[in-house]
Write a protein that binds this ligand. Structure first.
Ligand code: FES
Length: 90
């Protein structure tokens, strides 16, 4: 089934600054290939320079990913996919 014209697009921004990249962000690129077709077509994925969220005590919470306005820390593929599905169902 095709997504309706009104289906909300989901913008995924993956921090690819050094800290996030080393902490696992590199494994998150290509996420749209791990998601089923109709949902994947609604997703745009882009990298971002350091979001300045990894400073000070937040170092251990990298990698950071934004799914529209929702920030995910210690992002993993399952966590990001879960948030994408949650937003897709809104
Ligand atoms: S490298 Fe990702 S927030 Fe700094």
């Amino acid at each position: 089934m095709k997504p309706s014209k009104d289906a909300k697009n989901i913008h995924v921004v993956i921090c690819s600054g050094t800290t996030c990249f080393l902490m696992g962000a590199s494994e998150l690129f290509g996420i749209e290939k791990t998601i089923e077709g109709s949902l994947a077509s609604r997703i745009t994925v882009e990298g971002s320079p350091c979001m300045n969220l990894c400073k000070g005590g937040s170092y251990g919470k990298a990698p950071f990913v934004r799914v529209n306005d929702t920030l995910i820390s210690t992002a993993t593929l399952p966590k990001v996919i879960e948030e994408i599905r949650r937003q897709a169902s809104l």
